[in-house]
Design a protein around this ligand. Structure first.
Ligand code: SAH
Length: 490
């Protein structure tokens, strides 16, 4: 196979970025803009030793699962990679992805018999509580605010995003005008990524889906919203205008929505405005420091009955409705009666730990990011939960140290929960879990391939997989979230 060869293929799978995957002579070929079930004529654009990339030339027989995406930018936008596939088929794909990984990589058999039906969203739109809009200029000096096009940093100027909270559409519209005004006045208000010049880089927003609290954080390449001249009174003018136009956007949203959807209307309350300082030439969106310009430093939200304070830098699950479903599953699989010692590894800001703590004797959490551990402790406090203890460090270092240390209390937990990042659990941690000999292990995973790799190791150590649930957190993207219950007889 070589570049520019033409083939006809059938798309059988989806890659991590939502691209279709077909096979030619057993070799995987990744083809953007195709859907499972498509028969397509493709041209090879890059051929590697074990795989290739192809470009869609002609759709010979469109997949029966193709739908017209609700968003006109779906094809270009890097956000929703599989919006052109029916939501039902997306769920089906995600369920099968977990099953196939557990069978092919994990070495399990008949996984379908222990899998629950997929937990999809009732309405797979407007589900995200957090948005990060890049800001830039087009070649005519017009402000662009929206999303990056797939795999590039060119910005699609968005009117509307169908997966974010709808207040964002109002915010973006008003912010665009404000940004343009100050760009026109100063000539350097908008950040230029290539030259590493200018100020405003990104706008981050968060909405508490239960409280209605809104946070806006403007990421700037500077120490303030400098309007070209570093005169305090001028900066104050820019800041006050920013505050006023956000108030305006929220007011418009509340008025329109209250009118349109009276029954389940949630009033948005503008609660926090801050800048985040990021002066580095980097792809990282946020810098380490935030300065509050108006209101509180954080917004609050609830998952079930538990309250969380969320600052711009904290990690918080983006789909609050499905997060509740996911955590409820994790708690259910943990099978708590109130007497158990539990470890929550990779605990973040303690979300799962606090859900578990209500039903356990004691919960230990461990997490690598120190700010997250601070948040976890604070979250325990505001909920008056006093049976948790949090440790900062790498799980694979903290837990073995604790296990072999003098304190006996958490050595043999009844239940361990792990929720690692995509790369899965460290092998040292899996060995330690084995030694700690919990009765039950609940594995929350955002990557079925590494999940299956770890499950294989755990099964070799004598664990048995009892139940599997797939919970869709990210409709229209290829990401797959799942929860597993593993147990072992003493
Ligand atoms: N359970 C949390 C967070 C899950 S995300 C929630 O549901 O909100 C995975 C977390 O693992 C992140 O917070 C990340 O900072 C943390 N992490 C990554 N590597 C780690 C390691 N080696 N040890 C401990 N935590 C780690």
């Amino acid at each position: 196979m070589k570049k520019n060869d033409i083939y006809q293929i059938t798309i059988e799978d989806i890659g991590n970025d939502g691209e279709g995957i077909g096979r030619i002579d057993g070799m995987a070929v990744f083809v953007k803009d195709t859907v499972m079930g498509d028969v397509a004529k493709i041209k090879i654009v890059k051929a590697k030793k074990n795989y290739a990339y192809g470009r869609l030339e002609e759709l010979i027989k469109p997949s029966p699962f193709r739908v017209e995406p609700i968003c006109e930018n779906a094809r270009r936008c890097g956000g929703c990679a599989i919006m052109h596939m029916s939501y039902e088929k997306q769920l089906d794909y995600k369920w099968n992805k977990v099953k196939n990984c557990l069978e092919r990589i994990g070495g399990l058999t008949d996984v379908a018999s222990i899998m629950e039906p997929v937990y999809g969203m009732d309405k797979p739109y407007n589900y995200r509580n957090k948005m990060q809009f890049p800001v830039g200029l087009d070649k005519d000096g017009k402000v662009q605010i929206g999303f990056y096009a797939g795999r590039t940093h060119s910005i699609i100027d968005l009117e509307c995003c169908h997966i974010g909270h709808p207040v964002n559409d109002y915010l973006v519209k008003h912010l665009r005008g404000w940004l343009q005004k100050w760009q026109d006045k100063t000539g350097k208000f908008i950040y230029d990524e290539e030259k590493h010049q200018g100020f405003v880089r990104h706008i981050l927003t968060r909405v508490g889906f239960v409280t209605g609290e809104l946070m806006v954080c403007v990421v700037v390449n500077g120490d303030s919203l400098e309007a070209g001249r570093k005169v305090a009174s001028e900066i104050a003018v820019v800041e006050n205008e920013l505050k006023a136009i956000i108030e305006q956007a929220v007011k418009e949203y509340n008025l329109n929505q209250a009118y349109a959807t009276k029954d389940y209307f949630l009033e948005i309350k503008f609660t926090s405005l801050s800048i985040n300082i990021n002066k580095d030439k980097t792809n990282r969106i946020l810098g380490d420091k935030c300065v509050t310009l108006y209101g509180q430093d954080y917004i609050s939200d609830y998952i079930g009955a538990i309250k969380f304070n969320i600052s711009p830098l904290s990690f918080y699950q983006v789909n609050p409705v499905q997060t509740k479903v996911l955590y409820d599953k994790a708690v259910e699989y943990a099978g708590l009666t109130g007497q158990e010692i539990v470890w929550d590894m990779y605990c973040g800001i303690g979300t799962i730990s606090l859900c578990l703590a209500k039903k356990a004797k004691k919960v230990y959490g461990v997490e690598i990011v120190s700010q997250a551990i601070e948040d976890a402790k604070e979250n325990a406090k505001i909920n008056e939960i006093d049976n948790t203890e949090f440790f900062c460090g790498k799980a694979e270092e903290v837990v073995p140290g604790f296990y072999r240390g003098a304190d006996n209390s958490g050595k043999h937990p009844d239940v361990i929960v792990v929720d690692p990042p995509r790369k899965g659990c460290d092998s040292v941690l899996l060995d330690t879990i084995d030694e700690m000999a919990p009765k039950r292990l609940v594995y929350v995973s955002c990557d079925p391939a590494t999940l299956a790799r770890d499950v294989k190791i755990l099964v070799e150590k004598g664990f048995e997989v009892g139940k599997v649930a797939v919970v869709d957190q990210f409709g229209h993207s290829g990401h797959v979230e799942s929860v597993l219950l593993l147990s072992r007889e003493e």
